[in-house]
Design a protein around this ligand. Structure first.
Ligand SMILES: *[C@@H]1O[C@H](CO)[C@@H](O)[C@H](O)[C@H]1NC(C)=O
Ligand SMILES: *[C@@H]1O[C@H](CO)[C@@H](O)[C@H](O)[C@H]1NC(C)=O
Ligand SMILES: *[C@@H]1O[C@H](CO)[C@@H](O)[C@H](O)[C@H]1NC(C)=O
Length: 358
């Protein structure tokens, strides 16, 4: 795609975002970055700031925190020459990481993830591929990163308005932690989504994205914490974790953070495994909708396909038109919730949770 086409595409997207946003206080700038670290080589990254902006190459490592000129977005390239932290200091500028490629990279357990976006409202990751990205099992004497080796989206106090993150058309293949253990506590074999210190509510949209053979301690593909999450037309295959083989969704009570919703729509989960709970998905809190999705051959100690921790999360009429094969045995004590309703095709039971809820 030519630079002109790209610029025009983002110019119209920016216009749409500006119309959509009623919290806009000043002129927002759109920053589009392309990152490449292919076959073990160190990262090259370049960003375009504004619709007519020049291409700015990322400098470092060792150069310290750098401001992307004409924006309020800073970046730091870690000493490992592969990991980049982007920090957005206002809610107005929009960061887009597009058409990026990372492949065959091994990070140690203390390195930050390859890409961390902190305090960036309404950021987008699109058209990118991450292949064969892992964390070594060696645990050097340093502080272990809280995240898997790929992408972390983390809120900051500067975000007072509600904000979002979107993943469009990304492909993660063979990414994650080299081994898994609850005690290591690392989040998301592909994506870690955490509201963290932000005041505004966080939501994430994962659309047209593919996760194959991804694994980490919590959330083999995605760990979402204190945020609303929508999975749309996305595919999860052979994902692995201790809890939430593909997706680990953690929500706090609505008295603490506005109700966090998990919506799974037209997505596919094939051969997901959790050592403990939620072969495909573990849902701890929040409210759940699953429609038009397919679950096949989940494995877990408890909750082979979907495991729901709390009664309030589950409404029967919100589980619609799904196909469940190779999940649990229907009505198997003490946890199965399955009965035929709302177009769900149950070869085996997909919804499980505490018996007393049902
Ligand atoms: C920054 O903005 C000024 C004024 O609009 C413009 O002339 C300049 O090219 C911009 N610089 C970059 C790197 O985009
Ligand atoms: C991804 O790339 C395709 C092909 O170039 C393009 O049609 C699509 O709009 C891009 N998606 C996004 C979100 O930019
Ligand atoms: C989620 O919210 C709870 C309650 O405010 C907080 O204790 C916890 O640290 C938050 N988790 C993350 C990852 O920010």
């Amino acid at each position: 795609m030519s630079t002109t086409t790209t610029t025009m595409k983002w110019a119209s997207l920016l216009a749409a975002l500006l119309v959509a946003s009623f919290t806009q206080t000043s002129m927002a700038v759109i920053v589009v970055c392309k990152m490449e670290a292919i076959s073990g080589k160190i990262l090259t990254g370049a960003c375009i700031v504004g619709t007519n902006g020049a291409v700015i190459s990322l400098v470092g490592p060792g150069a310290g925190r750098q401001l992307l000129i004409n924006s309020t977005i800073f970046y730091t390239l870690d000493v490992n020459a592969r990991s980049t932290l982007f920090e957005c200091t206002t809610e107005d500028d929009i960061l887009i990481i597009d058409s990026s490629q990372y492949s065959s990279q091994t990070l140690n357990n203390c390195d930050p993830p390859l890409l961390e976006l902190r305090g960036c409202s309404n950021a987008i990751l699109s058209n990118s591929t991450l292949t064969s990205i892992t964390r070594s099992t060696a645990q050097p004497a340093c502080t272990i990163s809280k995240y898997g080796p790929c992408v972390a989206i983390v809120g900051a106090v500067s975000q007072v308005a509600d904000w979002s993150f979107s993943s469009y058309d990304n492909t993660f293949t063979s990414t994650g932690c080299a081994s898994i253990a609850e005690t290591s506590g690392r989040l998301g074999g592909a994506l870690a989504l955490v509201r963290s210190a932000s005041g505004g509510a966080m939501s994430a949209l994962i659309k047209g994205s593919t996760f194959t053979s991804t694994m980490c301690d919590f959330g083999g593909a995605i760990h979402s914490e204190n945020a609303s999450l929508t999975l749309f037309s996305s595919t999860f295959t052979s994902t692995l974790s201790t809890n939430g083989g593909a997706v680990n969704f953690i929500a706090v009570p609505p008295t603490v953070v506005p109700t966090q919703k998990l919506l799974v729509d037209r997505s596919t989960f094939t051969s997901p495994t959790a050592v403990n709970t939620g072969g495909a998905i573990q849902v701890k809190g929040g409210v759940l909708t699953i429609k038009g999705s397919t679950f096949t051959n989940g494995a877990a100690l408890i909750g082979q396909c979907v495991w729901v921790n709390f009664c309030q999360t589950y409404t029967e009429s919100e589980i619609v038109g799904n196909t469940w094969t190779g999940c649990a045995t229907p009505e198997s004590p003490p946890i199965s919730w399955c009965k035929a309703h709302d177009g769900n095709q149950w070869t085996t039971c997909g919804m499980e949770g505490p018996r007393y809820c049902y």
